[in-house]
Design a protein around this ligand. Sequence first.
Ligand code: SAM
Length: 217
Amino acid sequence: MTDTYRHRGLRRALVTALRGRGIADERVLAAIGAVPRHLFFDPGFEAHAYQDKAFPIGEGQTISQPYTVAYQTELLGLQPTHRVLEVGTGSGYQCAVLLQLTPLVHSIEVNPVLFGRTRQLLAGLGLGRPDLHCGDGSLGLPAAAPYDAILVTAGAPALPPALLRQLAVGGRLVIPVGTAAEQRMVRVTRETADSYLREELETFRFVPLRGAGGWRA
Ligand code: SAM
């Protein structure tokens, strides 16, 4: 699949729609405009790529809705020197968006099938070189900690303690927290070594975060 004039036009329209929904950070909008979302879809489903909706990617998982990707990314306030951890690589689309804002992206996926597929896809796209891992991201990725930003793309029952520990002072954790049916977006800023500011934001519906710091079943 290639990135055609038509795809670029559809992306411009998507960016306009996201701006209309309140996404104001032009760097985030430019990142959405730069990543060909259709390349993260099976060719048969390409027509869905520039609609503002989540879509199945197999293994019972989804590629997040563009609005959600833009919203979570904006909350991180990324700078080009920031080190980021994404929990829930999924299709790799959010990872590719993060790479437009900083080259220092680590991403971890618990599902080995999605991990293998997405690692291969991202290696061929030339959108950046993320550090990809397969494992339980509810425990974070201690080897590369601390992080200026941690983004969780699945819904958690509570704040995973390991992710709080792996935040740098000044760093931000953005994570949906709630029941399996509905979550509030939470942004936690580590203000000092032992104090955190918690903000509760919009309501979303994410697939569950699995693992030791998520829904265990
Ligand atoms: N960021 C993804 C994208 O752009 O396609 C969204 C993926 S989907 C909404 C959430 C992902 O989180 C799924 O791929 C799921 O397998 C993964 N996941 C769930 N629990 C996890 C865990 N404990 N560690 C790592 N990944 C996890």
